[in-house]
Design a protein. Structure first.
Lengths: 184, 670
């Protein structure tokens, strides 16, 4: 069973999957900080230029605490066939929900494997999620949040507006990093 | 009177001869002579008389006492004189103040002091009376620290004729005064300049002190027969003065002017030669440069072509620039168009992609059976699944048929929204392709225009910088200038400036040369007759004065004296000092006598002789000499001779006692 703890983390990860430019930038950061090996720069290159990011960019709205979209409808699709389970952490007496954890059920894993096998087009997401997972390995929600707010485009977007992309900037940064590491 | 009447005609005659000899027209001759201050002159001057009547002075002398002490000692001296021989004498004592008395008198007459400096500083007051052509005059001066402050007064009227202060002032004032009163002209002189022929000669004037040196015979100027200086032909001038030689000043004026003109001429000729040489060198240099410039010009492209090039290239650059700008604008608009379409295409592509993914996922998810309610996690009961067979949703019980139909339509109908999107995408893709090809065409055009513009700009740069334009113009100008310069220097005016300098000078030189020679011949002709008489007098008097061996003398018009004695020929300069002194006195007296006899000499009739017995003259000869002087003064009533001698004993018999101031044995005169 796989689990993603806390809705906020899910939101952050969703943002990275839907915004390849921010993902590439995160990979660059991770490489620069030494959390990832130099070779992972090629992942950033793949994410930013090779994997048709234009077709797979789904910008998100800026909410009170950053990028946020209600998950219910989307997750309902996974929930009602019993692919995932959403568990509320804390006591049953809590007035407010402290935390929601998102579990991938066995049926979900099987279904994902089937999807992966039968519809290659959708395998793109499989791979993209793998990049996100590699890049965010060991990062806390707070760290992810801090990174995202580090971008002027992200932090500066007014509430309720689409968060703008940073493709050009990341492209330049990536070219420079590749050049520096001899991977260009 | 007859002489003065003859004057003008003689002058005219002389002018005509000068004109003929110089080959110049008479008016030109007059003009040149006037320009150079040459005065045709034959009018004989009136003789003037100068007579010392009194000398008085006082002062304080410093007398060395015992050891370092110096005591002041007041002194006075006063002496009244008249015509005739007068004598200041001591008995063998040399420092008796005789010479000082002579020098004090001379100072007052000449204006120039020959006094010893210490004596001048001792003096406090000097007063010398003299008659100038019977007008009694007094020089009266106070002396402070050797510097005079005084005046010349006409004694009869008390009129102050001159006032002076200081040595130089006194000399200048006296010079002008005496020359004018004695009817003497300042004589122009010219000396060769140290710089050579081309330098103008150093010119000056013989002034009164120079003339007056003939008044004074002493040990200093013995080497000269007349006067005490041989510079500027002074002895000759004095000879002419003594004998009243006609045409002499004219000759001197002409000679001096000629020297000046010759120097100018020499300089002008040298310059002309130098100019010609320089001009030739210059011409060669200019010709060489002209040749170089022409060769350089030949190597350059044609001027018209170069100029046209620049003009043309400018025009083409403007056109090319405009084209490049237009191409750039087209490129920008093509890119904008293309980018807009491309953005649209991307959007559509994303939408199509999303739609396809959604469709696929939807189909797949449709196969799953609901297990729980997504809202409340309540498991879906079997009874609810049964509802779906009846066409109702197992979760919300809504009619499944519509939904299934919608979904069915999605799969079966080719004109689904997804398909529409795809068709739109195809169209947009075509538009993007066309825009892209338009863009690339615009890029190519812009690049070509830009390259063309750059090429033209380079051409312009080349045209501007290449020797074709700038240098060509410069070289052409240089050639034109050089051609002008060469033409100018090889044309008929090439020698003009030099001849402009030289010709008038040559004319002036010819006139002045003729004037000098003709005046000289007239002067010499006039002197020749007189000199023979003078020579006889010199021989006779010389024998009287102990020159027993004297046979014959020859007095030249240039105041040279050649002496035959003891069968030998001697020049004046080669004689002993004793002989020179005696001959000098004798010659002076002889000239004075002659001047008096003929009535033309301008010598003022006053002579100072200092120490005539000093040079190996024995007592008898000295007495002879003085006796002769006495005889001379008796013959010439206005003549005054003042003698100073330390041999008072020897001359006592000859000189009248009242004409003699004799210092007592071992005493001073003052």
């Amino acid at each position: 069973m796989r689990v993603i703890q806390a809705e906020r983390k899910l939101q952050k990860l969703d943002f990275l999957v839907r915004n390849p430019d921010y993902l590439a930038d995160l990979i660059l950061d991770a490489c620069a900080a030494g959390r990832l090996q130099k070779e992972r720069l090629l992942d950033a290159k793949a994410v930013l230029s090779e994997r048709e990011p234009d077709l797979h960019t789904y910008r998100m709205l800026r909410n009170k605490h950053g990028a946020y979209e209600p998950l219910n409808n989307a997750l309902a699709v996974l929930r009602h066939p019993g692919l995932i389970q959403i568990v509320r952490a804390g006591l049953s007496s809590d007035v407010q929900v402290r935390r929601r954890d998102y579990y991938l059920l066995e049926a979900g894993q099987e279904f994902a494997a089937k999807l992966r096998a039968e519809i290659p087009v959708l395998a793109w997401y499989d791979q993209q999620v793998l990049y996100v997972r590699t890049a965010t390995e060991g990062m806390s929600t707070e760290e992810l949040k801090a990174l995202q707010y580090g971008h002027a485009e992200y932090a500066g977007t007014p509430k309720g507006q689409m968060i703008a992309g940073i493709s050009e900037r990341v492209r330049a940064r990536l070219a420079e990093a590749l050049e520096r590491e001899g991977l260009g | 009177m007859s002489q003065e009447q003859a004057g003008p005609s003689q002058v005219e005659l002389w002018l005509a001869e000068v004109a003929q000899k110089s080959g110049q027209a008479l008016p030109e001759v007059r003009k040149i002579l006037a320009e150079h201050h040459v005065r045709p002159q034959t009018a004989l001057p009136h003789p003037h008389r100068l007579l010392v009547t009194s000398v008085a002075f006082k002062g304080i002398k410093l007398v060395p006492g015992d050891g370092d002490e110096v005591t002041d000692e007041a002194f006075t001296f006063s002496w009244e004189l008249g015509p005739g021989l007068w004598c200041l004498a001591s008995l063998g004592k040399n420092e008796a103040g005789k010479s000082s008395v002579l020098e004090i008198i001379l100072w007052c007459l000449r204006g120039r002091s020959g006094l010893q400096r210490d004596v001048r500083h001792w003096l406090r007051n000097v007063r010398v009376g003299f008659k100038l052509d019977d007008e009694p005059l007094v020089v009266d001066m106070a002396i402070q620290e050797g510097l005079p402050d005084g005046r010349v007064i006409s004694e009869e009227t008390g009129t102050i004729l001159l006032e002076f202060k200081g040595l130089a002032d006194f000399e200048q004032a006296m010079d002008a005064f005496m020359l004018q009163r004695l009817g003497l002209e300042p004589l122009r002189t010219a000396q060769k300049a140290p710089g050579g022929d081309t330098e103008p000669p150093i010119t000056g004037e013989l002034s009164w002190p120079s003339y007056a040196s003939a008044l004074h015979i002493n040990g200093k100027g013995l080497g000269n027969l007349l006067g005490n200086d041989s510079k500027h032909g002074l002895p000759t001038r004095l000879l002419e003065l003594f004998l009243g030689a006609p045409w002499a000043p004219t000759k001197v004026d002409a000679a001096v002017a000629l020297k000046i003109v010759n120097a100018e001429l020499s300089a002008a000729r040298k310059r002309a030669v130098g100019d010609a040489t320089a001009r030739k060198a210059q011409l060669e240099e200019l010709s060489r440069r002209l040749k170089d410039a022409r060769e350089r010009l030949a190597e350059l492209p044609e001027v018209s072509r170069a100029a046209e090039n620049v003009q043309d290239v400018f025009g083409r650059l403007t056109t090319a620039t405009n084209e490049a700008v237009r191409a750039q604008e087209a490129l920008v608009s093509a890119r904008t168009e293309h980018n807009a379409l491309e953005a649209q295409r991307l959007e559509l592509a994303a939408a199509v992609h999303t739609a396809e993914e959604a469709a696929l996922a939807h189909a797949f998810f449709h196969t799953l059976m609901p297990t729980v309610c997504p809202r409340c996690d309540t498991p879906v009961a079997k009874a609810r699944w049964e509802q779906e067979r009846e066409g109702h949703c197992s979760l919300c019980a809504s009619d499944l048929h519509d939904a299934a139909q919608d979904g069915g339509q999605d799969e079966e109908d080719s004109s689904t929204p997804g398909e529409e999107l795809r068709q739109m995408l195809t169209q947009v893709q075509a538009a993007v392709d066309s825009a892209a090809s338009e863009l690339s065409r615009a890029q190519r055009v812009a690049a070509e225009a830009s390259t063309a513009r750059e090429r033209v700009a380079e051409q312009l740069q080349e045209a501007l910088q290449s020797p074709g334009a700038a240098s060509r113009r410069e070289v052409e100008l240089a050639v034109a200038r050089l051609e002008g310069a060469v033409e100018e220097r090889s044309g008929r005016f090439a020698d003009m400036d030099a001849s402009v300098d030289v010709q008038p000078l040559e004319r002036a030189a010819a006139v002045l040369d003729a004037a000098e020679k003709l005046a000289m011949s007239r002067r010499t002709e006039a002197l020749k007759k007189i000199l023979a008489d003078v020579e006889e007098d010199i021989v006779a008097m010389g024998r009287e004065l102990g020159l027993d061996m004297l046979k014959e003398v020859k007095l030249g018009g240039n105041a040279s004296l050649t002496v035959w004695k003891g069968g030998q020929k001697h020049s004046y300069g080669s004689l002993t000092e004793g002989e020179q002194l005696r001959l000098k006195i004798v010659t002076t007296i002889a000239l004075l006598r002659h001047g008096h006899r003929s009535g033309v000499g301008r010598y003022p009739g006053l002579l100072f002789i200092d120490s005539p017995g000093a040079e190996e003259v024995d007592a008898g000869d000295l007495r002879h000499m003085l006796q002769d002087l006495v005889t001379l003064t008796e013959m010439v009533p206005q003549l005054q001779v003042i003698v100073a001698t330390a041999r008072g004993g020897d001359v006592q018999e000859v000189v009248r006692p009242d004409h003699m101031r004799l210092a007592a044995d071992g005493q001073r005169l003052w």
